[in-house]
Design a protein around this ligand. Structure first.
Ligand SMILES: Nc1nc2c(ncn2[C@@H]2O[C@H](COP(=O)(O)OP(=O)(O)OP(=O)(O)O)[C@@H](O)[C@H]2O)c(=O)[nH]1
Ligand SMILES: [Zn+2]
Length: 332
């Protein structure tokens, strides 16, 4: 583990724990030191269920503990790595959120970013021949992934609906421009388990979310990716006392093999918030080599002379539908 300097607040917390340890030693001399430490020592864990104020935290041994979060620590979400302490009644209290490597968030009613899931490493965008895919929606998810530094992949599901290889090729060709700019693409059918192998390897060891239009097969894919889901849900609801509500809670499932999959209504309904031109441009990764090379610094890439972006479209370096979606997102 890397050594980090403790903040004044962390030092204060440790001192408070030491103080309580001394108190407990004085008042309960029959307890062994180790027992006192077990009750008071902060531990690191990962939040695997969040439902309102109720959390299930997985400790280093894979045990789940029903916790509540201390109020002033910020909004705890699934995937968060946290510091928590066991309380004498067996439940726990989360006292701090450890730094996040990524955060998927959406603006709340007041326009402030509200986190939905933390520490993601993969955003899997599901499409299918049915419902009709929307390149506009795919590009929104891709911009979101670029902005939070999470690798996005495009997963075409329900390929069984396209029985001939000509139909499959035609469908895949419509999305070839994503692979050309470095987004990995997968062609699967949840009805053909062997078609999932490459995707399963891609998600191994990662913390992923599935996003996409209603009806593309997110629930069906989740069921195929998780080992016995009924057992997982039973284990999670036992730890949180949430009962059947666990299925509507934000949940971080363990994938078959290795890795995690975070699923929740909030994550599923995630949409890109409003961005300005500069922010949006950065979200289109293949634009980056051309940014700053238009004749005008404030070029809108619509009709201006010497526009490097439109030049790149003309030369086949940028797909025309990507530039169209960029304009659409800006409301041009
Ligand atoms: N033929 C075929 N049908 C599929 C496949 N995957 C899912 N479906 C069907 O597509 C329908 C929608 O699947 P869901 O898993 O509910 O889709 P979803 O993305 O979770 O939808 P929402 O919950 O509305 O967001 C269901 O009737 C599934 O049985 C597939 O690979 N092939
Ligand atoms: Zn331009």
């Amino acid at each position: 583990m890397t050594k980090r300097r403790l903040s004044a607040r962390q030092i204060e917390r440790i001192q408070a724990i030491q103080e309580r340890r001394r108190e407990r030693l004085a008042t309960r001399p029959e307890l062994a030191l180790a027992e006192i430490d077990a009750e008071l020592a902060p531990e690191a864990g990962r939040v695997v269920v969040r439902h309102g104020a109720h959390l299930a935290v997985e400790d280093a041994h894979g045990q789940l503990i029903h916790c509540l979060a201390r109020q002033n620590i910020g909004h705890v979400v699934c995937g968060d790595r946290v510091v928590w302490q066991r309380l004498p009644d067996g439940q726990g209290v989360v006292t701090a959120i450890l730094p996040r490597i990524s955060t998927l968030s959406r603006p709340d009613y007041s326009g402030r970013d509200k986190p939905l899931a933390a520490n993601l490493t993969r955003l899997a965008i599901l499409i299918a021949p049915e419902p009709e895919p929307s390149g506009y929606l795919i590009d929104q998810y891709l911009v979101a992934a670029e902005r939070i530094g999470v690798a996005a992949i495009v997963v075409g599901n329900k390929m069984d609906l396209l029985p001939t290889s000509a139909e499959r090729d035609a469908f895949q060709a419509r999305f070839a421009h994503y692979a050309a700019i470095g987004y990995r693409t997968f062609w699967i059918s949840v009805l053909e388990p062997q078609s999932l192998d490459a995707l399963v390897s891609e998600l191994a060891g990662q913390t992923s979310v599935l996003v996409g239009q209603s009806g593309v097969g997110k629930s069906s894919l989740v069921q195929h990716l998780l080992p016995d889901q009924a057992i997982q849900i039973g284990r999670l609801s036992q730890a949180t006392g949430l009962g059947r509500h666990t299925t509507s809670a934000a949940t971080c499932y363990r994938l078959r093999g290795d890795g995690f999959l975070i699923d929740s209504p909030g994550v599923r309904s995630f949409r890109l918030g409003a961005l300005d031109r500069a922010e949006l441009q950065q979200g289109f990764r293949e634009f980056r080599p051309y940014l700053g090379r238009c004749r005008f610094g404030d070029c809108r890439h619509t009709h201006e002379p010497d526009c490097a972006i439109r030049q790149a479209v003309a030369e086949g370096q940028i797909a025309p539908e990507r530039l169209a979606n960029f304009h659409h997102l800006l409301g041009d």
